[in-house]
Design a protein around this ligand. Structure first.
Ligand SMILES: C[S@@+](CC[C@H](N)C(=O)[O-])C[C@H]1O[C@@H](n2cnc3c(N)ncnc32)[C@H](O)[C@@H]1O
Length: 323
């Protein structure tokens, strides 16, 4: 049985949100049926990590979500008969609860929720060192998460990673949503289609009407929050410079991953992500507006030569850091 954080009294919406993201990664929720983009994007990260993971290693999955990266890692380790101590870390209760449901019955897995509210009620990220109880990791993986960390927080996070690794430990991450000068011109960033959905819906008449009813302060606040769901991409150099400042050396690689239009729709309709269309009402009103905007956005991307009517190409970067 896993240890650490467990969810308490989830709402039906939270349960549905975790389930929907899990099904965006695994067709029908079956962990033997990963979506093509998930399998292809995470397998390279696992391949880079495996040589560094020995029997009994302490492995951290920073930004575990519903468990997509950990599930693939554990499949590979099980095949090799290697058992590890795995620390799962994430701030989002709805998705993290799903991870706990899926792999919470395994021995050697530990869950840490990474956000807490301070005495003034303000949400704050916990320090990695505290979450690990001072233990040092052999390997930290971070799959599809670093582009969600605000650029101004990357430097501190890199120092925390460095501080929490054994001297011979490694950090391995991937991201499909970082700007770089080596992205092939026939590929897009992972979140380009969804940022474009957000832009298309920004001035949607029904949405504007609903925003007006909220009053200026509330609607401005809500719009700022929605803009953070698929944040503007920052350059990969922000991460590379931070890693170098933290004393890491870097090996960088990349891969282009096809993301099918069907998977893209399933992805953006995950309730937490479909909020980009709020305050349109959750459910059919929101979903149909998103579907319409997504088909426009994917057609534009195809026209730019970055996909076709069945998929778009997403560009993934992989960092392997040691000291
Ligand atoms: C796209 S999911 C990736 C989940 C999993 N690693 C996978 O590969 O399926 C990104 C995760 O990062 C978490 N996250 C978002 N913002 C974050 C931040 N600022 N710091 C740490 N984690 C964050 C989210 O809660 C989410 O679960």
């Amino acid at each position: 049985m896993a240890t650490g954080w467990r969810p308490e009294s989830l709402t039906d919406l939270q349960v549905a949100d975790g389930e929907a993201y899990h099904q965006a990664l695994y067709h029908g929720g079956d962990i033997e049926l990963p979506a093509g983009w998930h399998k292809r994007s995470v397998e390279k990260l696992i391949d880079l990590s495996l040589p560094h993971i020995k029997e009994g290693a302490l492995v951290v999955d920073y930004g575990s979500g519903t468990g997509g990266s950990a599930i693939e890692l554990l499949k590979n380790l099980d095949e090799r008969n290697v058992s590890v101590e795995l620390v799962m870390i994430d701030p989002l209760v709805s998705w993290f609860a799903k991870a706990r449901e899926i792999i919470g019955s395994r021995e050697g897995v530990h869950f840490e929720i990474s956000i807490q509210t301070d005495s003034s009620g303000k949400a704050k990220f916990r320090r990695l060192n505290d979450m690990l109880g001072g233990k040092k990791a052999d390997v930290i993986i971070s799959s599809s998460t670093l582009h969600l960390v605000p650029a101004k927080a990357i430097s501190d996070l890199a120092s925390q990673f460095a501080d929490c690794l054994k001297p011979e430990g490694v950090l391995v991450w991937n991201s499909g949503d970082l700007d770089s000068d080596f992205r092939p011109i026939n590929s897009a960033l992972l979140h380009d289609p969804y940022r474009s959905v957000r832009e298309i819906l920004r001035n949607d008449e029904e949405r504007r009407k609903a925003l007006l009813k909220m009053g200026k302060n509330e609607s401005d606040k809500s719009e700022r929050r929605l803009d953070r769901i698929f944040p503007s991409p920052f350059p990969v150099e922000i991460i590379l410079d931070a890693m170098s400042d933290a004393g890491f050396s870097t090996e960088l690689s990349d891969r282009v991953v096809e993301f099918s239009s069907v998977d893209a729709e399933r992805f953006v309709l995950v309730p937490r992500l479909a909020e980009i269309a709020a305050p349109l009402l959750a459910g059919e009103e929101r979903d149909s507006a998103i579907r319409k905007a997504l088909s426009i956005s994917l057609a534009r991307i195809a026209k730019q030569g970055k996909g076709n009517d069945g998929f778009y190409r997403s560009h993934w970067i992989y960092g392997l850091h040691s000291r």
